[in-house]
Design a protein around this ligand. Structure first.
Ligand code: NAD
Length: 496
């Protein structure tokens, strides 16, 4: 049985803790690894090593920091399939989907290798006579990342490569449900030449996170996870005078106009609703049919009903099991609530199980029609393979529905009309909008920009916003004397 290690000061070591968490295979809930919870003194040591390493790492030339990222992206690509298979086994994701999880993380590392041009300051010559002002961007110190289970490669890679490329050092507390993937990422980072103490990894849950959040040597906190935990982390981090960016839950709507291409709409909705068992923060969980497009609901349900859940290495599987028995119980209770509240369950996956894997966290694809805004299946993030179909008469009504929703992570509109798309993109109160693109996750030269209850903070993940999040700006106003003349003391605030 594998025991998951932690990483402190460049050394992979087994925690001295007696407290263990089981890491399970979601397909049958067999224990596949033991995760010792890091002790308080180990967490202290990780922070102290990161603080010490910062003293030298911040002075390493930016091009050398970038070269670590170049070597890292090369190694990640070389080990792409190994990481994906570790990831599949502990999350249940299909191998193809796991490869996507790894790849979208590699793209951020590629961007981190471009750090020098993103860290350029600005200069204005002669802000007053013979006086120039210029700015420079400097790292903060020790940064902290707390990551969720659903993207164990991509989301850690949203964080530490950008922070470290800027000259910071990092402590990562990955999800306790799938820690082997981030440990593999760390192994390759060390192999890429990251000096000791630049990246440290400790394990655990609530208590360990709270200890980290209270620590005065942590300067910035990046979190991705559920709404209640995100709110708690944002409040605690800011109360402790830290900078924070907290990405939280979602309820993403797709608006379907009657002039859209029907085949493309249906195929796009299948993948974006039940792909990854609906455990994506950008999954489409609500399809809003405008006018006559509602006639397509039965055909959509039929297509979704044909998607087969299966094991990670089954090439015909559309998606895998949910992460845990608790996640499954939650999804089943919401499906039951949907039925009780009067939605029409066109496809019911609540009885699904995979032969030979009856102990797994299986839920089949599920489609509800006739969903209304007061129902629990609309109001709560289900985080399972469940699509809610709603009907409205006009685009204005669809927009009002989406804007009244407290979440604002992603949305999409399917239409052949540029005017309708433009109206929607301008007026929708959601941070990431797809036009005939169901899951509009921006590539890393942009930033991941959720709004409302899907994000607490100011500066978002990766891209230029991450550079600003992980740095301070310093402005320097400079004059060099080239003569002996002097006009006496300046008693005003003006430069002269
Ligand atoms: P979670 O909130 O349960 O856990 C996230 C992290 O917080 C884990 O590392 C966990 O150990 C830690 N944690 C859990 N409870 C805590 C507590 N009480 N105090 C301090 N730390 C705690 O989330 P999850 O179930 O791992 O992930 C799924 C959620 O993440 C969904 O809500 C999903 O929408 C969201 N998510 C959002 C985005 C985004 O970009 N907005 C991306 C991925 C996932």
């Amino acid at each position: 049985m594998q025991t998951i290690q932690q990483l402190i000061n460049g050394q992979f070591e087994t925690s001295q803790s007696k407290e263990m968490i089981d890491v399970t295979n979601p397909a049958n809930n067999e224990v596949i690894a033991k995760l010792p919870v890091s002790t308080e003194s180990e967490i202290e040591r990780a922070i102290a090593c990161a603080k010490e390493a910062f003293k030298t790492w911040k002075k390493v030339p930016v091009s050398e920091r970038a070269r670590v990222m170049l070597r890292y992206q090369h190694l990640l690509k070389e080990h792409h399939d190994d990481i994906a298979s570790i990831l599949s086994k502990e999350t249940g994701k299909t191998f193809e989907d796991a490869k996507g999880d790894v790849w979208r993380g590699i793209e951020v590392v590629e961007q981190a290798a471009n750090v020098a041009s993103m860290m350029m300051g600005e200069t204005v010559e002669n802000v007053a006579t013979d006086i120039d002002t210029y700015s420079m961007i400097q790292p903060l110190g020790v940064c902290l990342g707390i990551t969720p289970f659903n993207f164990p490669a991509m989301i850690p890679l949203w964080m530490f490569p950008m922070a470290v490329a800027c000259g910071n050092t990092f402590v990562l507390k990955p999800s306790e449900q799938d820690p082997a993937t981030p440990m593999k990422l760390a192994e390759l980072f060390i192999e890429a030449g990251a000096p000791a103490g630049i990246l440290n990894i400790v394990h655990g849950g609530k208590d360990q996170v709270n200890h980290l959040l209270e620590h005065e040597d942590i300067k910035a906190v990046s979190f991705v996870g559920s709404v209640p935990v995100g709110q708690h982390i944002y409040r605690t981090a800011t109360k402790n005078m830290k900078r924070a960016q907290c990405f939280a839950g979602a309820k993403n709507h797709s608006v379907i106009m009657p002039d859209a291409n029907k085949e493309k709409v249906l195929n796009n909705l299948v993948g974006s609703s039940v792909g990854a068992a609906g455990q994506r923060c950008m999954a489409i969980s609500v399809a809003v049919f405008v006018g006559d497009s509602a006639n397509w609901i039965p055909e959509l349900a039929e297509k979704i009903g044909k998607v087969k859940p299966g094991l990670w290495d089954d090439k015909n599987a559309g998606f895998g099991p949910l992460i845990s028995p608790q996640a499954k119980a939650r999804v089943l209770s919401l499906i039951q609530k949907g039925k009780d509240e009067g939605a029409s369950c066109l496809v019911d996956g609540s009885e699904f199980t995979l032969e030979g894997y009856e102990n797994g966290n299986w839920v089949g694809p599920t489609v509800f029609a006739g969903v209304t805004a007061n129902m629990a299946i609309y109001q709560e993030e289900i985080f399972g393979p469940v699509l809610c179909c709603m009907q409205v008469d006009t685009l204005e009504e669809a927009l009002a529905l989406v804007n009244a929703n407290p979440y604002g992570n992603g949305t999409s509109i399917f239409t052949a009309s540029g005017a309708a798309a433009r109206y929607y993109q301008s007026n929708v109160e959601v941070g990431q909008v797809g036009i005939n693109v169901p899951i509009p996750v921006p590539l890393p030269f942009f930033s991941f920009t959720g709004w409302k209850n899907s994000f607490y903070g100011d500066l978002h993940a990766y891209g230029k916003q991450a550079i600003r999040f992980y740095t301070e700006t310093k402005t320097i106003t400079a004059r060099w004397f080239d003569d002996e003349s002097d006009s006496g003391p300046n008693m005003t605030i003006n430069l002269r």
